[in-house]
Design a protein around this ligand. Structure first.
Ligand code: FES
Ligand code: FE2
Length: 369
């Protein structure tokens, strides 16, 4: 594993030009070159426990059905009927009763996507049901998260995610359960959310309550180039926790011990997930662009399943701490969206503490060119 190093900006590293945050043609190109190609986080396997359980994901303007088959495999289908193209499913999540049926003329698909019934079509010369399965996208799972790629031939997941595979094993994140989610509609470009998450230069001003518990200059990174970036920040006091009480009575997750007890790890998983790993909980931000100046961010708080089952379990200390921190971030990101739209905006130089932003920009620009 890589060593942890202090963030460092290069000479001449500057913020992105305004067009990357505002231009509709940039947004359209991102949808094609990034969101319709990369592995995009589409939720948690805990939402797909039984055969027929499904969630809808919105990826690159497409509605995608993610569901578990009777063979336990998780698959992703375009939400498009093979008859005349009608959207099949409109519920955001639920359970199919063994099959997916189109509301228009009742063509019916098995959970593996094959067309099993098409009313009266046997009378049509040369019609073969086998020729009309649901169009499929690629699906993979990692630490309990489901990822989908719309690329016809994506980079194999294990290869694309090699820098992350095994890295979070000691949190046992795959076994955690979501205790709470909060959805935010943020009036800024999705990249500002990623960039803001990647530096704590702003923390003393924007997050006084966070700065009290975790020094803003304690960040050390072990992933500082490529699609996945991040490292840890330290807690000021041994045994502290990023919660409204500044501490936590919850037991450490999985195999967490030693230095990890007094650190919080923060990673960006380009282009759809921010992962924060605490001693006693994991937080995920699912990031979804909606427009050049609009981003849907869904924040989820994940805890140990057994701890959650206890009658006294209460996630509110972590949820409230981060709900406040999130809102502070969205507010400042919205102000950056406004300011970068000005005729007066000229990209300024990154601070050393913003070294990961330069790396994010490099990876982003490589994808776009
Ligand atoms: S459009 Fe789906 S059955 Fe006709
Ligand atoms: Fe922040």
């Amino acid at each position: 594993m890589e060593a942890f190093v202090k963030p460092q900006a290069g000479a001449g590293d500057r913020a992105l030009d305004a067009r990357w945050y505002h231009a509709p043609d940039v947004y359209a190109r991102e949808q094609e070159r990034i969101f319709a190609r990369d592995w995009i986080c589409a939720g948690r396997t805990e939402q797909l426990e039984r055969a027929g359980d499904f969630v809808l994901a919105e990826i690159a303007g497409e509605s995608i059905i993610v569901t578990r088959g009777t063979d336990a495999r998780i698959r992703a289908f375009y939400n498009v009927c093979r008859h005349r193209g009608t959207r099949l499913c409109t519920q955001p999540s639920g359970r199919f009763a063994g099959a997916i049926q189109c509301p228009y003329h009742a063509w019916t698909y098995a959970l593996d996507g094959s067309l099993t019934a098409a009313r009266t079509m046997a009378d049509v010369p040369d019609f073969e049901r086998a020729g009309f399965p649901l169009r499929q996208a690629h699906a993979a799972t990692f630490e309990g998260f489901v990822f989908v790629s719309l690329a016809p031939q994506p980079e194999p997941f294990a290869q694309a995610f090699a820098p992350l595979i095994g890295r979070f094993a000691r949190w046992h994140a795959g076994e955690l359960r979501t205790a709470r989610t909060i959805e935010y509609d943020v009036a800024c470009n999705w990249k500002l959310v990623f960039q803001n998450y990647s530096e704590c230069y702003h923390c003393p001003l924007v997050h006084p309550q966070l700065d009290q518990l975790s020094p803003s200059d304690s960040g050390r990174n072990d992933l500082s180039e490529g699609p996945f970036l991040g490292g840890y920040s330290e807690l000021r006091r041994a045994g502290a926790g990023l919660t409204t009480t500044g501490t936590s009575a919850r037991a450490p997750l999985g195999d967490i011990g030693g230095d990890d007890l007094d650190r919080v790890y923060y990673y960006t998983i380009f282009p759809s997930l921010l992962l924060s790993l605490h001693r006693d909980y994991v937080m995920a931000h699912y990031v979804q662009p909606v427009a050049p100046d609009r981003t849907r961010v869904t924040c989820a708080w994940l805890f140990d399943a057994a701890a959650m089952a206890a009658p006294a379990f209460d996630a509110s200390d972590a949820v409230e701490f981060w709900d406040l921190t999130n809102r502070q971030d969205w507010r400042i990101n919205e102000l950056t969206q406004l300011g970068t739209a000005s005729r007066a905006y000229v990209p300024g130089p990154y601070a050393n503490a913003e070294g990961l932003l330069a790396a994010f920009d490099r990876h982003y620009l490589r994808q776009m060119r």
